[in-house]
Design a protein around this ligand. Structure first.
Ligand SMILES: Cc1nc(C(=O)O)sc1CCOP(=O)(O)O
Ligand SMILES: C=C1C=NC(C(F)(F)F)=NC1=N
Ligand SMILES: [Mg+2]
Length: 538
């Protein structure tokens, strides 16, 4: 019996592995526990096994899957799949070519293909709908399960590229499952982030091996995975993720909450910014801690009203930065990310991309060049570049800010004469199969202006210290307060202080001091009705 391909539920796809069974468990018992708790598709994958043993095992598992009306896919071994009348086969890039597989198995069997790159999608699109029915998109995160991996982990951004390739090549018939290192700690984030740029396509499901096959209680593990797949809301921070530009909270309220909650803002940042950032944090009624000690990040993240400012000018080792992201995500406390010099060097780009794929950021703040490169809006892609002056117009910057917010499902801030703030969080909602239907141009964005303040660019750490101010506000507001309001308040406060300081200073030395004083005065006076900075909804 072969399933109608359109009826296959790819949401929780178990791929077996008999080499990691816990003591006293069998392949059969693990698969059964999975099927009883929400596994919707099974793939029998045995690398080194005699054909006779494989067939015996396949017949046994097939019988079990039929009891649960779940399709059985055989990995790699077309002969075994045909011999037992399996519902499908899965082949990798180095296995039998797809057109040959289709010729052997006929039109009704399900064919799955391992895909990691855009060119592989272009190939399957050329073959058309009669060939590949679904693809395993991976390897998303590093995993020990697949021996001699040929692909480096692609991260959620790599999976988005594959989803975009499917959309670009109109391969609408092709379904997708993410695979590789998927576990409860990252599944919500993968489903939340992995949406095509046009908003139409999300992953159809997730596929995993060790989380169930190696689980001492495979039933409980599966039940947990099922919940993550079905609840569709990723609360990555314990703040309100209301997706609108109506400031549901006034600047005054935000400042009051920061004052009363006095957040602890952990800085992992560059040497130049350390001192000034700590003083800005104090000026904005908060407590700085400049710690880059791996062993204490979890303790710090657990302190009420903690927030992390991660500025990749920091020289802390990568594993310390990753541990900090893990800790603050685990505690659902905000992380402000400042990808300093994002694409200035390949090294920095690799570091930043690695951190961006490791966790969920509450806010990503950068200057125009950092945001444009994060949005992958290179010169030729930019329509808004003035042909003569080469100046990038505000519409282009606003769009780049929206693309960054959308791509990383975060609040993106682009600093310059005009600051832009876009909300790509979608309220934390995520989808299976079809995405939100909205693209970057549809998400809320505001711009903030207070005339030009050229001296802002003349001092060190002025951009970095906006990061400190944002971290104070998102750290200090009450839980469930709206995240967007807190970020907007920080940017408006900072730009107002910058303007005020520029009218009082005699050069960049005194500007530093005046900026600190202005922040302190504006914050403690807390009379936003007097703040000179204007906000406009785009
Ligand atoms: C079978 C397989 N294929 C992969 C690919 O990237 O194509 S990764 C993988 C193993 C996934 O195991 P786990 O869920 O234990 O990480
Ligand atoms: C190598 C593989 C990649 N992906 C998948 C699946 F997720 F099932 F599509 N299965 C495999 N065996
Ligand atoms: Mg910067």
């Amino acid at each position: 019996m072969v399933f109608n391909k359109n009826d296959v539920d790819y949401s929780l796809y178990l791929v077996t592995d008999s080499s990691m069974l816990p003591e006293g468990k069998s392949l059969y018992s693990q698969v059964k526990a999975g099927l009883e708790n929400g596994v919707t598709l099974v793939q029998l994958r045995e690398k080194d096994i005699e054909t006779k043993d494989f067939i015996r095992e396949a017949v046994e598992i097939q019988k079990l899957c039929r009891e649960f009306n779940v399709p059985l896919i055989i990995n790699d071994r077309i002969d075994v799949a045909l011999a037992i009348g399996a519902d499908g086969v899965h082949v990798g890039q180095d296995d039998m070519p797809i057109p040959m597989v289709r010729k052997l198995v006929g039109p009704d069997m399900i064919i799955g293909w391992s895909v990691g790159f855009r060119h592989e999608v272009e190939t399957l699109a050329q073959w058309g709908p009669g060939m590949v029915d679904y693809i395993g998109v991976g390897t998303i995160f590093s995993t020990l399960t697949k021996k001699n991996p040929k692909k480096a982990p692609m991260g959620p951004q790599g999976a988005i590229d594959v989803l975009n390739a499917l959309e670009d090549n109109k391969a609408d018939w092709c379904r997708t499952v993410g695979i590789g290192g998927l576990h409860p700690v990252n599944i919500e984030r993968v489903l939340y982030q992995c949406v095509s740029s046009n908003g139409k396509r999300a992953l159809d499901g997730i596929s995993l091996v060790s989380d169930i096959m190696a689980a001492p209680d495979a039933g409980a593990a599966t039940k947990n995975l099922r919940c993550l797949l079905d609840n569709r809301s990723y609360k990555f921070v314990n703040l309100g993720l209301k997706c609108e530009t109506v400031l549901s909270q006034t600047y005054k309220e935000v400042v009051n909450q920061v004052t009363s909650n006095r957040p602890l803002v952990q800085h992992m940042t560059n040497k130049v910014h350390q001192n000034f950032g700590a003083n800005v944090t104090l000026a904005v009624g908060s407590s700085p801690i400049m710690s880059e000690v791996k062993e204490e990040v979890h303790e710090l993240a657990q302190i009420p009203h903690s927030a992390l400012l991660l500025n990749t000018g920091s020289v802390a080792p990568l594993d310390v930065l990753r541990e900090a992201i893990t800790a603050y995500n685990k505690e659902k406390r905000p992380i402000v990310f400042d990808p300093v010099g994002y694409s200035a060097t390949e090294t920095r780009k690799l570091l930043n991309d690695t951190l961006l794929s490791h966790g969920q950021f509450t806010c990503i703040k950068g200057n125009t060049s950092e945001i444009l490169s994060l949005a992958k809006l290179t010169k030729e892609k930019m329509k808004g570049v003035d042909a003569f002056t080469g100046q990038i117009d505000n519409e282009m910057i606003a769009q780049a800010t929206r693309v960054v917010a959308y791509t990383y499902k975060t609040i993106a801030v682009c600093t310059g004469e005009y600051d832009f703030i876009a909300d790509g969080t979608f309220g934390g909602r995520y989808y299976l199969s079809s995405g939100p239907g909205l693209s970057a141009k549809d998400i809320p964005c505001v711009t903030i202006h207070n005339g030009s303040i050229p001296i802002m660019g003349e001092i060190t750490a002025s951009g970095c210290s906006l990061g400190s101010t944002i971290a104070c506000c998102v750290g200090g507001v009450a839980p469930e307060s709206n995240l967007f309001d807190a970020v907007v308040t920080a940017v408006v406060l900072y730009k107002t202080a910058g303007k005020l300081a520029s009218t009082r200073c005699q050069g960049n030395g005194s500007f530093n001091v005046q900026l600190l004083d202005a922040l302190y005065q504006l914050f403690h006076e807390n009379s936003p009705e007097k703040w000179s900075t204007s906000l406009e909804r785009l």
